[in-house]
Design a protein around this ligand. Structure first.
Ligand code: ZN
Length: 876
């Protein structure tokens, strides 16, 4: 077999044939489902009449093929592994096909598959070609009429996109339902679900007064876990009307929960399919975090109805067109429904840890890649999250009003079309009158820009000189980088007044906060009328996805931590201060020198606890040290053990020095109120639980007792899970074992809770973890075929820094074993799982060798194109 070949953006050609209408009939059977398709096909006027018709199709057995009712002879067409080719077709015709496929054997979870006996589909990006022969590309848009035939008993519910138009009984205990979707759509938005499902129903009246029926379909035992998703959906529908003027466009909107799903959820027109973990939530089983995730994902998929479905992507290189914009939209929605600064802090801290790492590794790619081998490998943090940061910069550059105008223009001009990123940015340029040509480089240039900043106060002239220099490091197949247009929101905080000073630049008064535009490799900005020496507060609210270096002293950072008017930068000053202390401790650990705690960090934390900001969720974030993964990102060579030791040292030193303060914080924030996933409660719980974590880190007897009591009180999953994690991650196995046991027994019937039980155990720092992973892989609740289980057990283990990176290489070998097995079952998940191994360049030589040898071992296997692409890049 030849190696998988890349596809190039520069090779894009519009489709030669369009499908104007699609009729499908599914006769469901676990091993032999039949799919009959009737496609109205038209040759594009500009295309030569001799152009053959090429349809995509994989793993299909073709039983019949007809054009305008006449069967084709075998010599009229060719079927390959990739699809079907008919050399001679009329300019306009009906193509009928009848194919067979086996949902029960589909472990890749792309196309039509079975999950817990229920039938469901996943077509994005290229899954539809596993359902029928079709031009499986997003720029072919068609109306659909779909009939689903199933067993009356086993599949009482038969769903597809759009509106139900007919249903009825058939012989042999079968029945059918027919659905019609009036909105032309690309086939990646097709969906079908059939099974023994139960629904909750609600309604939403749109701003123009149309009543929309909302349904959430789940297995019967999950009916009481749907309230939060339904509430989130209604909030999202209202928000999209108010913020973007976007109204829902069908009479019915359905969400279905399935247990086996590769991603979070999918925005199929009118029939969103969700990973059960992304939709089900109940106070007894889901944490605050899970509640917020559900809200965000429900909103995200709903928002796609416009940003993705009504206006879709021309080709998969434009993926960020829909994903970057939609993530930005869901981030804004969640910021408004919860605490805005905390949402931003959490998003950015995740982004700087995970996306920066991706951008610095062998799989780095631009937000609009120019080639790929396997598109499912490009559902990445870069496409989604960096894409969202770019849209956020655009919004800040042009201002909300112009952004909204540009957005209205985009939806109006391109409604029903498949378009490009230029089309979107052009709307913004038109609405604002700004020249965004340099800005477009954000889409084509990979890697995280680094900005070195130098600041100097000129006492004599009352001036502040700020010099910024940008560079973007080389990334795979992009060595030379051009300067980007980088908006930097900033202020100058007066060291005497503690206030933002008025900014005057080139004689123009800009107010107390301004955005400066870095466009050249190096630029100097001179602020005049600066009456007192300031500390600059730079990149406020993370105004651009860059690494900004400024030689802040610890005094500067302590000052910003209390005085910066930007909540995000106050938090960031605390993180930078902790990082300076961590750097010293990491060095001390490496050199075998005694570790000494920086008293400035202690004093900063003491004053935070004494003068708590009003938003408790912000305080909880400020009291949280940078994660080991984030610290690792800041080191030239990652020393796993030194990082762990240094972070533990700071944590415990803080806990000892501020023991009484943490205890008081814990006590002040306990509550017996009935659980609700509302911002005030979430904030209070997170602050209380941060305090408890400090107490338990030093095995404080009273703290441990409180932790045990919190576990036993069983008030809500947020508190129970947190207490369980603290016990299991402590060295007190006498307390951890009984807690784990009772939790495991209590929740044995609930897979989503068992996922938490798996993760908690395999993320502890103790050395027994590798054996636990192996033991748990044989647990009856575990299955390699279920992506959630794989993520909960194997994925969580690979995030366990000290244990995954064991010096004997056992962690790497275990991951490789799983990847090799999953490569056969589910290539998409297998390819994602490799990520931590691809980061080998960041480690010491011994680990580099060990990691590479596992990658090479994987490479020797017969590989799916998914795994092949990732391993090739990692070893290149
Ligand atoms: Zn999306």
């Amino acid at each position: 077999m030849s190696d998988p070949q890349p596809v190039y953006l520069s090779d894009y050609q519009p489709p030669a044939y369009r499908v104007t209408h699609t009729e499908l009939t599914f006769d469901l059977d676990p091993a032999a489902t039949r799919v009959k398709a009737r496609l109205q096909i038209e040759r594009q006027a500009s295309v030569d009449a001799t152009t053959p018709l090429q349809l995509d199709g994989e793993q299909l057995t073709l039983h019949a093929l007809l054009i305008d009712g006449a069967p084709l002879a075998n010599s009229d067409y060719q079927v390959t592994e990739q699809g079907l080719r008919i050399d001679q077709v009329p300019a306009s015709f009906t193509l009928e096909s009848d194919v067979e496929l086996s949902p029960q054997d589909n472990t890749a979870l792309e196309g039509l598959y079975q999950s817990n006996g229920m039938y469901c589909t996943q077509c994005e990006a290229e899954g539809f070609r596993r359902i029928t022969f079709y031009p499986d590309r997003p720029d072919v848009m068609s109306t659909f009429k779909v009939t689903v035939i199933g067993d009356r008993q086993r599949e009482p519910i038969l769903l597809a996109n759009g509106n139900p138009v007919e249903q009825g009984e058939l012989p042999n205990g079968r029945h059918f339902a027919t659905w019609e979707d009036p909105h032309p759509k690309p086939c990646y938005l097709f969906a079908l679900v059939a099974g023994d499902l139960h629904k909750v129903e609600d309604h939403f009246t749109t701003q123009s007064g149309r009543k929309v029926t909302l349904q959430i379909w789940v297995e019967e035992e999950n009916l009481q876990k749907t309230d939060h998703a339904m509430g989130s959906l209604k909030r999202a529908m209202a928000w999209d009307e108010q913020a973007y003027g976007r109204e829902y466009d069908l009479d019915l909107f359905m969400i279905v929960a399935v247990n086996d799903f590769n991603m979070g959820a999918m925005e199929n027109k009118g029939l969103n399919i969700f990973n059960s973990a992304a939709v089900l939530a109940h106070p007894d089983t889901a944490t605050d975090n899970a509640f917020q995730t559900v809200e965000g994902i429900v909103a995200h998929e709903y928002f796609h109805n416009w940003s993705g479905n009504r206006v879709t992507c021309r080709d998969w290189f434009q993926l960020s067109l829909k994903e970057g914009f939609t993530v930005f939209r869901d981030q804004c929605f969640s910021a408004e429904t919860n605490s805005a600064p905390v949402k931003r802090i959490q998003d950015v801290s995740f982004f700087r840890t995970a996306q920066f790492a991706e951008d610095a590794g062998p799989t780095a790619h631009p937000v609009r890649p120019d080639h790929y081998i396997e598109i499912t490998n490009f559902y990445t943090l870069t496409i989604y999250e960096k894409g969202a940061e770019i849209v956020r910069m655009l919004c800040n550059l042009v201002g909300w009003e112009a952004f909204r105008q540009g957005s209205d223009q985009y939806f109006q001009r391109f409604d029903g079309q498949a378009v490009t990123i230029e089309d979107f940015v052009d709307c913004m340029a038109e609405a604002s009158g700004l020249d965004l040509s340099q800005f477009m480089r954000w889409y084509s240039q990979a890697g995280t820009p680094e900005i070195d900043v130098h600041g100097e106060y000129d006492y004599a002239h009352g001036e502040y000189h700020l010099t910024l220099r940008q560079r973007t490091p080389a990334t795979p197949d992009q060595v030379d980088k051009e300067p980007l247009h980088i908006p930097i929101a900033m202020g100058l905080v007066g060291t005497k007044s503690g206030q933002d000073l008025t900014l005057t630049l080139d004689g123009e008064k800009l107010g107390r906060q301004a955005v400066i535009h870095l466009r050249d490799d190096e630029q100097t900005f001179v602020f005049t009328d600066v009456a007192e020496a300031p500390v600059p507060s730079l990149l406020r609210n993370f105004s651009a996805p860059v690494k900004l270096h400024f030689p802040y002293s610890r005094e500067d950072l302590a000052f910003l931590l209390t005085h910066d008017s930007d909540g995000f930068n106050r938090w960031d000053a605390g993180q930078r201060l902790a990082m300076l202390a961590l750097d010293d401790l990491i060095a001390a650990h490496r050199n075998g020198v005694e570790k000494v705690m920086d008293s400035r960090v202690v004093e900063a934390f003491r004053s935070l606890l004494a003068n708590a900001p009003a938003d408790k969720a912000v305080l909880a974030e400020m009291l949280t040290l940078p994660s080991e993964a984030y610290i690792a990102e800041q080191q030239p060579i990652v020393d796993v053990d030194a990082i762990h030791a240094a972070r533990e040292f700071i944590r415990q030193s803080l806990a000892m020095a501020l023991r009484d303060e943490f205890m008081a914080t814990f006590e002040a924030n306990r509550s017996d109120d009935a659980y609700a996933p509302i911002p005030e409660q979430i904030a209070q719980r997170s602050l209380k639980n941060v305090a408890l974590a400090y107490l338990v880190s030093i095995e404080d007897e009273q703290g441990l007792a409180l932790c045990e009591a919190q576990f036993a009180a069983d008030h809500n999953m947020t508190d129970v899970r947190h207490a369980l994690t603290l016990l299991v991650h402590s060295d007190r196995d006498d307390l951890a074992s009984p807690a784990l046991k009772s939790f495991g027994e209590k929740w044995a019937h609930d897979p989503l809770v068992m996922d938490q039980w798996f993760s908690v155990q395999v993320s502890r720092p103790q050395a027994d973890v590798i054996d636990r992973v192996k033991y748990l892989m044989a647990h009856p609740a575990f299955s390699l075929k279920n992506p959630n289980r794989v993520r909960a057990l194997i994925g969580a283990f690979a995030q366990n820094r000290v244990n995954f990176h064991r010096l004997d290489g056992q962690g790497y070998a275990l991951l490789a074993d799983v990847v090799i097995e999953l490569n056969r079952l589910n290539p998409e998940i297998a390819a994602r799982l490799i990520t931590p191994l691809t980061r080998w360049q960041r480690f010491d030589e011994t680990r580099q060798e060990l990691m590479r040898s596992q990658l090479e071992r994987i490479q020797r296997e017969p590989l799916s194109s998914n795994v092949y692409e990732v391993v090739e890049k990692a070893l290149a």
